[in-house]
Design a protein around this ligand. Structure first.
Ligand SMILES: Nc1ncnc2c1ncn2[C@@H]1O[C@H](COP(=O)(O)OP(=O)(O)O)[C@@H](O)[C@H]1O
Ligand SMILES: [Mg+2]
Length: 254
């Protein structure tokens, strides 16, 4: 009933490597859930399965009670789940604004001949899209950089832009793959502030994160993944203070 997103018995193998094994977990609506675990634990693979980029060998993912099995990535976005990628996947030769415009749902299914037969209608729609995209950039703190090409943005700004693109889809569940990695202290504060703000606005966030300070500051709940299996779940304090998990995560170096 409280299961907003639920994954049950996920199995994914790449050749002989079992990336996910009997992996089950839930994410509750309105929360920030952090997905943690050592490199190679299967965190990105979970995102790929949820968002339809990868079919699991077994198991199922349900969103608000509806199984997502077999749905294409675009249909899953339309159902309300958007993601960002660890390697950003932005259009580096487009402006920040255009990167958001192309993520708006109204961009898909546009009639190809409309530009010829209904030019005024199309021009108005384009103006509306640009205004909408501008509001989203404002929301993430990038309004002043709207006209800048992505390749000229700082890494922190590019990370904010990936979140803006997720917001543009209108999705209420956002899956963010390492949104804080590689950021300076001030960029880190900016993204944490944004994630908390999104939560108060009603978004649900599932966030892959390595930085324990970030996890402590933003997570309501932590899922600890090890060798493709959900090993523990709890509050940040419970997870971080567990010596057995610290041993797995840090190899006993803390
Ligand atoms: N497309 C793929 N082909 C082969 N192996 C993969 C592929 N994607 C992931 N893996 C492997 O699956 C395991 C889990 O990867 P991943 O989900 O990216 O881990 P994480 O994001 O937790 O670091 C790793 O051992 C990785 O090398
Ligand atoms: Mg990963």
């Amino acid at each position: 009933m409280s299961d907003y997103l639920s994954a049950t018995g996920l199995e994914v193998s790449f050749g002989g490597l079992r990336a996910l094994q009997d992996c089950s977990f839930t994410v509750e609506r309105g929360r920030i859930t952090c997905l943690v675990g050592p490199n190679g634990a299967g965190k990105t693979t979970i995102f790929n399965v949820i968002t339809g980029f990868l079919r699991p060998d077994a198991g199922t993912v349900s969103f608000q009670g509806t199984p997502l099995d077999g749905m294409k990535p675009q249909a899953i976005v339309a159902a309300g789940i958007a993601r960002t990628f660890q390697n950003l996947r932005l259009f580096v030769d487009l402006t920040a604004l255009d990167n958001v415009v192309v993520a708006l749902p109204s961009q898909t299914g546009e009639e190809p001949l409309a530009a010829i037969f209904r030019p005024l209608h199309v021009a108005r729609a384009q103006t509306r899209h640009r205004e909408e995209a501008m509001q989203i950039l404002q929301h993430v703190g990038l309004a002043a950089r709207a006209g800048e090409f992505v390749r000229n943005l700082s890494y922190g700004e590019q990370k904010l832009l990936t979140v803006a693109r997720g917001l543009a889809t209108g999705a209420e569940l956002l899956l963010l793959d390492e949104p804080a990695s590689g950021l300076s202290a001030s960029a880190l504060d900016q993204i944490m502030d944004l994630l908390r703000r999104l939560q108060t606005e009603g978004k649900t966030l599932l966030v892959v994160e390595h930085n324990t300070r970030v996890v402590q500051q933003i997570a309501d709940e932590v899922l600890f993944l090890h060798q493709g299996h959900l090993m523990a779940r709890g509050t940040p304090e419970q997870i971080i203070s567990d010596p057995a998990l610290a041993e797995i995560y840090f190899g006993g170096v803390i």
